[in-house]
Design a protein around this ligand. Structure first.
Ligand SMILES: [Zn+2]
Ligand SMILES: [Zn+2]
Length: 386
């Protein structure tokens, strides 16, 4: 089958002869991919920021597909079902899954202490091949894969596998109250979604900070946010203090993670010398520009286990820090309702649609922020087969 193939940092090729996946366990399903997205966090892998990303891996944790085969133990799915497959690989029965912490499953990634399993996300994510391919093996098929509701656009369905729930959870973790000012660092797909959802929780002011002008423009249109370029300000923290009568924002959301820019110290130690888990500039700004007693929500991905963060400010300001991988399955019923009732049309963020065969170009474009790209979608050649 055709599959994206990781060959090393910034080297992605199309593999034309990857063996098709097979049922390995009674709870597995095999899914023929119909749509697959490239995620900003795939770029963390592409840029070499996530440990144990092995040559030969197929990325892709955001995909929809048609069930082609099921193991003998699968009860809820049958061949021919159209499903969206959440990025979390979750067993559904461990203590964390029982608490609906599907991003922290204890069984699907037993060798990791921090995260559960993810599709297509290095061996630190459990080593599961992902959906930038024609077929995927989906473990625990009765747990997370969800039948796509009748009438839902496939592009909205595929965004429900990560970007929509992740953006929503970023806002939810912020504990946004009516009347709050919310600052979102990062105008990538998740930041855009978080900014849009901040209004749903009652924010009365939403500010987005980034350095890519076309994405700031997107934030104004899609998320109805005030959007500012940090390269045009001397000090983003001071700018935000001034913008909030020197109180600071009620809630700050870090939707950047380890690929940040804007601080020479962070970039040199994080991305140059690899002395920390990438560049934590956005997290610094979030901690320093939230109000005393405010909440910082981290949804951006940081790879290895530690970073230089201003813990003194965190403590002295009485900040609550909340973070997690999105628990997609927990959020799906609510988010499906938001989409079906037309309150949000997430597919507006998909800017590029490419055949799977052009996957390496898609990564290059996305990484280089070329052609005003926000979110690229891959369509495998057999996507529409009967
Ligand atoms: Zn993603
Ligand atoms: Zn579990």
């Amino acid at each position: 089958m055709l599959a994206m193939n990781f060959r090393g940092v910034r080297q992605i090729r199309l593999d034309r002869n990857k063996p098709e996946p097979e049922i390995k366990h009674p709870y597995d399903a095999i899914v023929r991919v119909t749509r697959s997205l490239i995620c900003g966090s795939d770029l963390h892998l592409y840029h070499g920021r996530v440990p144990d990303t092995r040559v030969g891996m197929t990325f892709g944790h955001e995909f929809t597909g048609v069930v082609e085969a099921v193991g003998s133990g699968v009860q809820k799915l049958k061949v021919g079902d159209h499903v969206l497959v959440p990025f979390n690989v979750a067993c559904g029965t461990c203590p964390h899954c029982k608490q609906e912490l599907y991003g922290n499953c204890n069984e699907s990634n037993p060798e990791a202490t921090a995260v559960g399993g993810f599709f297509g996300y290095a061996h630190t994510g459990g080593g599961y091949d992902g959906g930038q391919a024609e077929y995927v093996r989906v473990p625990y098929a009765d747990v997370s894969p969800t039948k796509i509701p009748d009438g839902m656009d496939l592009e909205n369905a595929v965004l429900l596998t990560d970007v929509v729930p992740t953006g929503y959870q970023a806002a939810e973790q912020g504990g946004i109250q009516k009347g709050d000012t919310v600052v979102v660092f990062g105008a990538g797909p998740v930041g855009l979604m978080a900014a849009r959802f901040a209004w749903f929780f009652g924010a009365t002011r939403v500010i987005v900070i980034d350095h890519v002008d076309y994405r700031l423009e997107f934030a104004r249109k899609f998320a109805y946010a005030e959007a500012y370029n940090f390269r045009e300000m001397k000090d983003p923290v001071l700018f935000l203090k001034k913008a909030t009568d020197y109180f600071g924002a009620d809630v700050c959301i870090d939707a950047v993670g380890c690929d940040g820019t804007g601080s020479a110290l962070q970039t040199i130690t994080g991305k140059g010398l690899l002395l920390q888990a990438g560049d934590a500039t956005a997290l610094h700004w979030a901690i320093n520009s939230v109000k005393k007693g405010g909440i910082v929500s981290i949804i951006g991905v940081y790879g290895p286990p530690w970073n230089l963060v201003p813990v003194g400010s965190l403590m002295n300001k009485g900040i609550t820090l909340r973070a997690n991988q999105a628990s997609v399955k927990r959020l799906l019923p609510k988010l499906i309702d938001h989409i079906m009732s037309g309150r949000i049309n997430p597919k507006e963020i998909i800017t590029h649609r490419l055949p799977l065969e052009e996957v390496s170009d898609a990564y290059r474009m996305f990484s280089g922020k070329m052609d005003h790209i926000v979110k690229p979608l891959l369509i495998p050649p057999r996507a529409n087969a009967a």
